[in-house]
Write a protein that binds this ligand. Structure first.
Ligand code: AMP
Ligand code: ZN
Ligand code: FE
Ligand code: FE
Length: 277
């Protein structure tokens, strides 16, 4: 069993990179891709822990791409170089994210909802702060009952305290992942929030552009939808990926090594993606 999509405290997961790898080893994974949002800061610690436990760590990242109406997330898997253009862009995205957090907090504060920055930092566990952490603070201060309610009422796209994030253009992000020698994989394509017909033509464009594959299997989709995505992907010659998008306690419904329909993620995906060694 393996997993090709996971998050640590370097972004919005609840396990530190080494803890995440320890958990992966305990449940018997032979390989794990760490794919934090907009950062590769967790990779060195995860790699060191993976070496100790004899598990393969696939270096990855999850980038947000400018898109309407839904969310477009692009995975870079099997990165060989963490410096270069990609590293520089991630530094910039980190700064933009800090500015955005300040703006969200100041809007909340104007509305009489105060969030303490130091407490927020502590809740984020030393990594990048994002909306899931702000949502956590709103739960803590009893402004809402659940994180989901925080998104639904305040922080989600189209809600009053939503602030758009600086994101990359697809071509730019692809070029940087390529330069780092990684595979370019579209994460959970259903989050684009387009019809199946529109998705089919978007997939044709992706093929043209040279995208390597799609993450057809993701727990936010139903298994039948995943199979349909796989079929559409294979028709176009895409590589197929599968992940859990594990975040730890922050999203307790996600299980490491398992994807849609609670399916175990098979080792064969490593070969499929040209990542087997
Ligand atoms: P950020 O990178 O700060 O914009 O936060 C993005 C993360 O927030 C995503 O990876 C999701 O885990 C979570 N998220 C975004 N929108 C929603 C939503 N409507 N409901 C629940 N979680 C969401
Ligand atoms: Zn996340
Ligand atoms: Fe994502
Ligand atoms: Fe993710």
């Amino acid at each position: 069993m393996i997993d090709l999509h996971s998050h640590s405290t370097a972004s919005d997961g609840s396990y530190a990179p080494a803890e995440l790898v320890a958990l992966a080893a305990e449940i018997g994974l032979s390989a794990l891709a760490l794919t934090d949002h907009d950062t590769v800061a967790g990779i060195p610690a995860a790699e060191a822990a993976a070496r100790e436990r004899g598990l393969r760590l696939v270096r990855g990242v999850e980038l947000e791409i400018a898109f309407e109406p839904g969310e477009f997330h692009l995975l870079g898997l099997g990165l060989e170089r963490l410096d270069g253009e990609l590293g520089a862009a991630l530094v910039g995205l980190g700064r933009a994210r800090e500015d955005r957090n300040e703006r969200i907090l100041s809007r909340l504060s104007d509305a009489g909802i105060s969030v303490d920055m130091d407490e927020l930092r502590e809740l984020a566990g030393g990594g990048r702060i994002g909306r899931p952490h702000i949502a956590g603070m709103l739960v803590r201060s009893k402004a809402v009952r659940t994180r989901q309610e925080a998104f639904d009422r305040y922080l989600g796209k189209g809600r009053p305290f939503y602030v758009a994030k600086d994101c990359l253009e697809l071509g730019e992000a692809m070029r940087m992942i390529r330069e780092a020698r990684g595979r370019v994989i579209v994460a959970h394509p259903l989050s684009l929030f387009v019809s199946w017909g529109r998705l089919a033509s978007i997939m044709d464009e992706w093929k043209e552009l040279g995208i390597d594959g799609i993450e057809a299997y993701h727990p936010a989709a139903k298994i039948g939808q995943c199979r349909r995505l796989e079929r559409m992907g294979r028709e176009r010659g895409f590589r197929i990926s599968a992940g859990s998008d594990f975040h730890g306690a922050i999203r307790p419904d996600r299980k490491l090594g398992r994807t849609a329909g609670n399916l175990q993620i098979q080792d064969s995906y490593l070969e499929e993606l040209g990542l087997a060694r």
